[in-house]
Design a protein. Sequence first.
Length: 64
Amino acid sequence: MDIHQSLSWKQVLIAVVALSAFGTFFTPIQYFVLTHPVVGFLILAGLIGSWFLYRKTRHSGLPT
């Protein structure tokens, strides 16, 4: 349980760092996320979810 929690915490930290780095190049998006935290969180959750789905389908779909 502790390992899973630390993994989730690291993923959140990486996501925050990536979002801040992304925001330095696109300040209007960063401003929108800061002014609409719920919308920004939903977008971030959608991106992370789609990334995990992409990795899962690609990993299971490769012919061996």
